[in-house]
Every structure is written in structure tokens, then in C-alpha cells.
Design a protein around this ligand. Structure first.
Ligand SMILES: Cc1ncc(COP(=O)(O)O)c(C=O)c1O
Ligand SMILES: N[C@@H](CCCC[NH3+])C(=O)O
Length: 445
């Protein structure tokens, strides 16, 4: 067995044998025959070891402070995934009734779940309180009274954190940066809204303030923003303590740890990042003269992203002459923007390799495109593929575990692909393939 080229892009338990990609020792040719394409292939031991690695990295770096790591379910959540990460010692972060209900249905204790959202419905707040949620993250001033009223109606005290907009701008694309001022999330530190929210919560008998939260964005490869946000939160915590006598127990520094999508990129080195962030937090606490808080983190992409591969079947292959005299091979696959919206939405880059056979043909410039009625339905804008790639070939795209299936649509009424779990007993669908009958069942005529 050999590894695929750029092994850092592929799930941990991936090998190539006679040109055929294997995930947990199962050839993708067999998986394609058994489960069809497109399909998301999940390396379960790889997912679990990434979850454990992230937990350990933060625990070790921040010791003796208490650390909780919440897996951000928005990246991809199913009941099996919730159980696997829980078994690795993580909690679950949710952002809707659907995610919350999935975590609960997996048997996760409500106390081990967090709920986010800039526009939580009354039903979502009630579902959370009813199930003894570990924490609700307050995202606006009106939400304070709403959560307090719902808690009061149940005779409860709601455990809450406040999401603070620290003004730190980080993240790959404007749509995934979340802590600069001009966007919808959180309460502004600069305007005083965050402090106002904290004071209101401390004064409210139906709310229990657990701590302060910051999530600066997603797919962050430069670690400096995390320390800047942490320092801002620690400062705000000290101000709140001075003004109210309440020293918030916990700081949640969110998720956003970047992964490699293309051979040129390198994932964040989480052990190094955690160590330098912990050091920065310790120094800031010393400077402020406040004791260290407990810490929590919410990685999503970094845990599930590299653990999955999308397997496509190639259909039409079309050489197109370019204005500069060159040519490009348009390789159409049997999915596209419905199973991976990230290239169209964020201009995200991916990588692909022929997965079902060897080829000695010279590589040619190619563009992998989907089957949807949009010219922007591009899976990979520029990639080299063997010049003999042809209809019927299998193509694998690594690092599609995060925000792939979870953001999938049924555009053109194309049913969504399954998630096939590998390395946890016999291969099985943990999310089954949608069928046209499923789609028709929603159509009431
Ligand atoms: C509040 C919050 N926490 C955690 C995450 C997970 O981010 P990522 O998947 O980049 O780790 C997000 C998404 O960006 C988020 O909004
Ligand atoms: N969905 C985004 C990340 C945003 C996460 C939610 N705050 C992505 O695919 O990169």
C-alpha cells in the first residue's frame, strides 16, 4: 500500500493499493458498487482520533484550568457522530432545534449540549430548557428577557453565556468571519452592548451567567486572532467583576481552526496553537490580576472536515479551447453544488484524485464540474488530472466532511448523497441516500 499524494489532505486511514483508494482498507470501487455515488465516505477511527486530539491539545495546554471541548455540530451532525465524539470526551454545540434534537436523540445528556443562534425561536429555547441544556449562548439584548421569561415560566434558572463581538477580523472569507462589527452575530464590545448584556444577566434571578463567548470566524490559519479575542474577553470579564462583583467562571473561545483543502495548504498545528493561546491567556490574567477562568472551545471543521472524502463517478468529459490558446478538460461528476456548496459560496478550493485505477497518462489542466444547471456549479476550479480520465472513472475529493452534507441541498431535485461510515464494523450508511420518492413525499400535490 502507498499513501495518496498529499497524505495530509486525506482521512487518516486512507491508502492506495494498485491505484485504488482504500478507506479503512475498503476499496472505493467496492464502496461505489455497494452504496452508489456520489457518497461521503467517513473514516470513523480518524474522526474519533481527531476529536480526542483536539480535546487533549486544549486540556494539556490550559491545565490546571478546566477545559471542555464542544464539537460544533453545524459542521456535520448525525446521531452516530454525536455518540462517537461524546465517547471521545467532547460535548456537543448545536445551533438549531434540528441539531439539538439530533444530539438528544443520540442520547447526549442535555447538560452536555450548548445552543447557539442569533435568532432562536421560542420553541428552540423551550426545547433547550426542557432538556436541561448545559448552556444557551445569548446573542442579542432582546434575547435576555425572552430566555429569562421562558425560564421563569418553567420555574428554572437558565445557564447562559454571552457571545461577544470582539472586533477581531479573521477567517478565510467575509461570509465566515464573525467577530468584526458589521455582521449579525453577538453583542458588541466596542459599543458597550456586551457589558450591558452581562450586567442585565447578572441582575436577573432567572439567569445564571456561566461566562463569555467569542467565535471569531472559520477556516482560520493564522492563530493570532484567537489570542486577541481572548485578551478582549478577559478584559471584559475583569470589568464586569469590578462593576458587579461577579467574576465569570468560563471563557469559550469558539471554533474556527483551519484545515488543509489543497496540497499547498497546511492545517493549523493545534498543539502549538493551544500552547501559545494558553500562554497568552495566563499572561493576560496575571496582567489583569484576575484568576484564570475555565475554558471551552467549539471546533467543528477541524474534527470532521478531514475525516471525509466525497466519492463521485465521472460522466461527461469535454475538452474546451481557451482564449489563450490552451485547453482545459471539463470533467463532469454526478453531484456538484448540491453536495458541496462551498466553492460557489466562498470560492473555496478543493483537490481531487482519480480513485479507482492507476493511470500513466500525462496530467492535464482540468476543471471538475457538477451536474446542475449553473455554470458556477464548480467542484474544483483548477486541478491536474490524468489526460485519459473518462466516463465511469471514480474521482475522490478529500476534506469534504465539514459543511458538505450539512449544507447540501436538493437543487434540481437531485437527492442528497449518503454518509457511509467506515472502520466501525461493516461499512454502513449513517445517513442514508435520499431518493426521488423522498423528494416526492414532501410534495403534497
Ligand atoms: C459559534 C460557533 N462555534 C463554532 C463554530 C465552528 O467553527 P469551525 O467549524 O470553523 O470550527 C462556528 C462556525 O463557524 C460558530 O459559529
Ligand atoms: N459554513 C462555513 C463556515 C461557517 C460556520 C458557521 N459559523 C464553511 O463552510 O466554511
Amino acid at each position: 500500500m502507498t499513501h495518496p499524494t498529499s497524505p495530509h489532505l486525506w482521512p487518516e486511514n486512507t491508502d492506495v493499493h494498485d491505484g485504488v483508494l482504500h478507506v479503512n482498507e475498503i476499496p472505493v470501487t467496492e464502496l461505489a458498487a455497494g452504496f452508489g455515488t456520489p457518497a461521503y465516505l467517513l473514516d470513523v477511527p480518524g474522526l474519533r482520533s481527531r476529536a480526542a486530539r483536539y480535546r487533549r491539545a486544549f486540556e494539556e495546554a490550559f491545565a490546571p484550568a478546566q477545559v471542555s471541548v464542544y464539537y460544533a455540530g453545524k459542521a456535520f451532525l448525525s446521531r452516530a457522530v454525536a455518540r462517537w465524539v461524546r465517547d471521545e470526551g467532547l460535548r456537543i454545540d448545536t445551533a438549531s432545534a434540528g441539531e439539538l434534537a439530533t444530539a438528544l436523540a443520540a442520547g447526549i445528556d442535555g447538560a452536555e449540549i450548548g445552543l447557539h443562534g442569533n435568532n432562536k425561536s421560542v420553541e428552540e429555547i423551550d426545547l433547550a430548557l426542557e432538556n436541561g441544556i448545559g448552556r444557551l449562548v445569548i446573542d442579542s439584548l432582546p434575547e435576555i428577557d425572552l430566555v429569562a421569561a421562558r425560564a421563569a415560566a418553567r420555574g428554572q434558572r437558565a445557564p447562559v453565556m454571552v457571545r461577544v463581538t470582539t472586533g477581531v477580523h479573521a477567517g478565510g472569507h467575509d461570509f465566515i468571519a464573525t467577530a468584526h462589527e458589521d455582521q449579525k452575530f453577538g453583542l458588541s464590545l466596542a459599543s458597550g452592548a456586551a457589558l450591558q448584556a452581562l450586567e442585565q444577566i447578572v441582575a436577573n434571578e432567572h439567569l445564571e451567567l456561566l461566562g463569555l463567548h467569542s467565535h471569531i470566524g472559520s477556516q482560520i490559519l493564522d492563530p493570532d486572532g484567537f489570542a486577541a479575542a481572548a485578551a478582549a474577553l478577559l478584559g471584559l470579564r475583569a470589568t464586569l467583576a469590578e462593576r458587579t462583583g461577579h467574576l465569570a467562571a468560563e471563557l469559550d473561545l469558539g471554533g474556527g481552526y483551519g484545515i488543509a483543502y489543497t496540497p499547498q495548504e497546511q492545517a493549523v498545528d493545534i498543539e502549538a496553537l493551544a500552547a501559545s493561546l494558553a500562554q497568552a491567556c495566563r499572561r493576560e490574567c496575571e496582567r489583569l490580576g484576575t484568576p484564570q477562568p475555565d475554558y471551552s472551545f467549539e471546533p467543528g471543521r477541524a474534527i470532521v472536515g478531514p475525516s471525509m472524502v466525497t466519492l463521485y463517478r465521472v460522466g461527461t468529459v469535454k475538452p474546451v479551447e481557451l482564449e489563450d490558446g490552451g485547453s482545459r478538460l471539463y470533467v463532469s461528476v454526478d453531484g456538484g453544488m448540491s453536495d458541496n456548496i462551498r466553492p460557489a459560496l466562498y470560492g473555496a478550493d478543493y483537490h481531487a484524485e482519480l480513485a479507482g485505477r492507476t493511470s500513466s497518462a500525462d496530467p492535464v489542466p482540468a476543471r471538475v464540474v457538477g451536474k446542475h444547471c449553473e455554470s458556477g456549479d464548480i467542484v474544483i476550479r483548477d486541478v491536474s488530472l490524468p489526460g485519459d480520465i473518462a466516463a465511469g472513472d471514480l474521482l475522490a475529493v478529500p476534506a469534504t466532511g465539514a459543511y458538505g452534507r450539512s449544507m447540501a441541498s436538493q437543487y434540481n431535485l437531485v437527492p442528497r448523497p449518503p454518509v457511509v461510515a467506515l472502520g466501525d464494523g461493516a461499512p454502513r450508511e449513517i445517513v442514508r441516500r435520499e431518493t426521488v420518492d423522498d423528494l416526492l413525499a414532501l410534495d403534497l400535490g
